[in-house]
Unconditional design. Structure first.
Length: 455
């Protein structure tokens, strides 16, 4: 969606397939975020000066209208000084992100908020205070050589000693944001420039043409594939009507190197511009699976032991890889007691019958009751822990059981309905999360939880 100068939103770019895409994503436990973009300096300045609240409220309304799970703010190349007020846009951007954060999180704590930054990392985003208002920072690790660049060259250089590259950009961002909030955006495209010669870095003589990765790889079958050892990227060259052309792009090899870097640097993940540009190239998804979806080298053991009136559950995770790994653990407890599927749940002295999220966890146990009236409850159970969880969610079992890891809790969703003791009206559970535990190479960590009829 485009942001207008008065804070309203132009939704004309949301296509007819949006709902099919959203529903398919949600059926696979994938969240869908909507991008709000603005590349016009005057409009950016107008919004930041006078319409921060308007834009935040309109974004919330659109997320609710479209059933989306969050927003990514794509305000690129923002000026350092606001042309309307003369104020610093660093301060105004911080104020806007705070308003956006408070507006969205108050409506739904699970809404995901991110913003995009260019490889140069614009001044307005070099602000550590923004970290508290965003869940992720999307580094656009492409267009280091852009469509109208004066010379040919890598659009997403990696570990390049001759120019600014994605590693340099990440290093800048790490001065302001934790590594695990940085998502490295990578290209599924390249640029084909007309140029003066066949040498790398030749002067261009016209605007480049965007080439999808699928087509660039196919073109190398005709023109041959070359490799630039500085930028760690492939390219090819050819002549057309006497004019030299060079196309620089990414493929499985160059992207694989950057995937390894993301893992080694413990970044928050990768993203691509844009899905579909790879065509039917299954190879790139095999590389993604190999680099990010392969649990080889991570060994998990679960030990269950009965001790008197409680059970001890221990998860042991052993990292046999040669690099540190961030591992997250989720426990899902079904809390049926006696005949009641939807046992009310208690924490910090309050009994809950609707979903609730505790983050951080500032208590030492939770309990479940067979009835909401504690004095008449036939059975009470308790859970406590050796390792304090990062988050606990009291949830509705039928909704939670379909989630793989993350769960979008709803404070209005009941898990116990008076007069009912069976699903779906009454069915409770507890989700407990230990997130991003860093396990060093060849190291081990454990999570231990207790559950029983007394503490």
């Amino acid at each position: 969606m485009d942001a207008n100068s008065d804070g309203t939103l132009d939704t004309s770019y949301i296509g007819a397939d949006y709902y099919n895409v959203r529903d398919t994503a949600h059926s696979h436990n994938v969240n869908v975020t909507i991008t709000v973009k603005c590349f016009d300096h005057n409009i950016q300045d107008d919004i930041l000066a006078y319409h921060r609240d308007d834009l935040a409220n309109n974004i919330l309304q659109k997320l609710q209208d479209y059933g989306a799970d969050g927003v990514s703010i794509d305000f690129e190349d923002v000026s350092s000084t606001n042309s309307y007020t003369g104020e610093s846009n660093i301060d105004l951007m911080e104020q806007f992100m705070q308003v956006l954060h408070d507006t969205l999180k108050n409506a739904n704590p699970n809404y995901h908020i991110s913003f995009c930054v260019m490889g140069s990392v614009e001044t307005v985003y070099r602000n550590a205070a923004l970290s508290q208002y965003t869940d992720a920072v999307f580094l656009m690790g492409y267009d280091y050589h852009w469509q109208s660049a004066p010379t040919t060259g890598a659009i997403s250089p990696y570990n390049d000693p001759t120019q600014l590259d994605v590693v340099d950009s990440v290093n800048i961002l790490e001065n302001y944001y934790p590594s695990n909030k940085i998502i490295l955006g990578l290209p599924f495209y390249g640029y084909d420039w007309p140029c003066e010669s066949d040498s790398p870095g030749s002067n261009t003589i016209g605007r480049g043409t965007a080439v999808h990765m699928e087509n660039a790889i196919a073109d190398t079958q005709i023109h041959g594939r070359m490799w630039d050892s500085n930028s760690n990227m492939p390219w090819y060259r050819y002549q057309s009507d006497g004019t030299w052309h060079q196309c620089w792009y990414d493929d499985e090899e160059s992207l694989g190197l950057k995937f390894d870097y993301v893992n080694a640097a413990n970044l928050g993940g990768v993203g691509f511009w844009a899905l579909g540009y790879e065509g039917n190239n299954a190879n790139i998804w095999n590389v993604v699976k190999e680099k990010f979806g392969n649990s080889e080298g991570i060994h998990v053991e679960q030990h269950i032991k009965l001790e008197g009136d409680h059970v001890v559950f221990t998860i042991k995770i052993r990292n046999e890889k040669n690099s540190d790994q961030d591992i997250s653990v989720r426990y899902l407890w079904d809390t049926q007691l006696c005949d009641n599927d939807g046992s009310p749940l208690k924490a910090k002295g309050t009994l809950y019958t609707k979903e609730m999220c505790f983050e951080p966890v500032d208590f030492d146990h939770w309990s479940a009751y067979s009835r909401p009236d504690e004095s008449t409850a036939e059975l009470v159970t308790y859970s406590w822990w050796q390792n304090t969880p990062d988050k606990i969610i009291f949830a509705h079992w039928p909704a939670a059981i379909d989630s793989v890891y993350s769960y979008n809790w709803d404070p209005n969703r009941q898990f116990y309905t008076p007069g009912y003791v069976r699903t779906p009206q009454s069915d409770s559970c507890v989700l407990m999360y230990w997130e991003d535990m860093n396990i060093p190479a060849h190291g081990e960590k454990s999570v231990t939880v207790y559950y029983g009829t007394s503490i």
